[in-house]
Design a protein around this ligand. Sequence first.
Ligand SMILES: Nc1nc2c(ncn2[C@@H]2O[C@H](COP(=O)(O)OP(=O)(O)OP(=O)(O)O)[C@@H](O)[C@H]2O)c(=O)[nH]1
Ligand SMILES: [Mg+2]
Length: 470
Amino acid sequence: MLTASEGINSLKAPFVGLIEVYKTIMIFVDEVTIDVKAGTGGNGAVAFRKEKYVPHGGPAGGDGGKGGDVILLADSNLSTLLDFRFQRLYAAEKGVDGASKDMYGKAAKDLILKVPIGTVATDLDTGRVVADLTTHAQEKIIAHGGRGGKGNAHFASSTHQAPRYAENGEPGHSLSVKLELKLLADVGLIGYPNVGKSSLIAAVSAAKPKVANYPFTTLIPNLGVVKVDDDPTHTFVMADIPGLIEGASEGIGLGIQFLRHVERTRLLVHILDIGGQTGRDPLEDYRLINIELANYSQKLADLPQLIALNKIDIAEEDLITLYTEHFDELGLATYPISAATGEGTKPLLFAISTRLQEIPRHVPASDEVTYINTRNTASGLRQSRRGRDWVIAKGEAEDEYVVSGASIERLVAMTPMENEHAVTRLQRILERNGVVTKLKALGAKDGDSVRIGSIAFDYIDEDFEEDDDL
Ligand SMILES: Nc1nc2c(ncn2[C@@H]2O[C@H](COP(=O)(O)OP(=O)(O)OP(=O)(O)O)[C@@H](O)[C@H]2O)c(=O)[nH]1
Ligand SMILES: [Mg+2]
C-alpha cells in the first residue's frame, strides 16, 4: 500500500513529465499550416498624352507593377517552425499602379519567409510539394505575384486608337500550405524506449542528449555528426528520435510526429536491448516496431535496416550468439554493441558508412515540380488545346449561373468595373469566346444573375431587348 507522501510523489512524477513534454513540443514545432497570398499586380493607368480624353494625343497610361512573390528561404540559424505558430496569413504587397506619361508602377517587394533547413512545403489543395529546402540560402517561390495590369497605351491598335480602358493588376496566387520540418540525417536510430539510442549517438558523436533509465527520455530528435575516419566522404549525420511503441503510427507515445524525421534518412539502425533487464522480448519489439513503420509509410518500411544488439556488457553470452544468428539467418547485418562501453561500435559505424555510400542521397521533391502559371492571351482568355477552359454551372439560386475557370476569373478580376469602356471590352471578349452563347443555350433569361469569380453580372438578353423596342 502507498503511504500518503509516496502517493503524492508517484502522482507528481508523470505530471512533471507531461509539462516537460508540453514545453518541448512548444519549442520544437515541426508542423504548421499557413495561408500565403502573393501580391496583386498594380493597376494599369488610363491616360492620354496631351490632354485627358483628347484622343489624338495618344494613349499614355503606364502598366502596373508586379505584385510581390511569397518566397521560402532556408536559414541554418533556425531550427523550428515556431514563429509560424503565431500568425496564420502571410501576404505580399500589391504592385504600384501605373501612371500617366507611360510611367510603369514599381514592382512590390517580395515577402521572404525564413524557414529551417529541411522544411518541406505542401500545397494543401493539391497535395503537391511546392518547396523542399535542403541547403542554407536555398529559396523557392511558393506563391507568384500577379502581373501588373496593362495601361491603355497597350490596347491601342490601328482600328482602336484611343482606348479608354486599362487592366487592373492580376490577383496574386494564394494557397494554404503545410510546412513540415523533416530533419536531414543520413541514418536514423529507431527502437523501443530505453534501448540505448541516445547513449549510442552520445558515444559516437558530439551530440549530448539526455540519457536516463526510463522510457521517453528523448522528447525531440537529436542530430549528431559521425566521423568514421579521416576521409570526409565517410562522415554521416545520425538522428536519434524518441522511442517507438506499439500504436506509434496512430499517435501513441511520442512516435508519430517524429517518424517523419527518419522518413528521409537513407538507412535505419534498429536498436534492440538484449541486456535482459527489462522483461521485454527484443524479437517482439523488433516485430512491433516494423509494423509501426509500415503503418506509417511504405517508404519507411522499405528503408534498409542494420541491427544493433545493445547492452552486450550486461547480456548473457549465449543470448548474444542466439540473437546474432537469428538476424543473420534473416539476412540482416547484425552488430552486437555496448553504447555504454563503446565495445563493437566501430564495426557498426563502418558498416553504416559503407552502406550509405551505396545508397543515393535524397532528391528534393520540389526539383521535380514545375510551377504552371497560366497567363491570359491578348484576346483575354486562354484557350487550351482541348478547347475552352471554363465551365458554366447553375448557381444555388434559381436564376443564377456560375462561370468558372482560372483564366476567365482572372480576366474578370483584372477588369476595372467602374470603367465602362473596360466593361464593354470584357463583354466583347465573353461574347467572342462563346460564354454568352453558352449561357443562352443553357436557358439564361433576361435579368438572371451570372457570377464569375467574386463579381456578379446581370444577364441581358439582347434579342429580348430588341423585341421590347418593337
Ligand atoms: N549496461 C548498459 N546500459 C546501457 C547501454 N546503453 C544504454 N544503457 C542504459 O540504458 C538506459 C536508456 O538509455 P537511453 O540512451 O536513454 O535510451 P533511449 O533508447 O535513448 O531511450 P528513449 O529516449 O527513452 O527512447 C540508460 O540508463 C543507459 O545508461 C549499454 O550498452 N549498456
Ligand atoms: Mg533517448
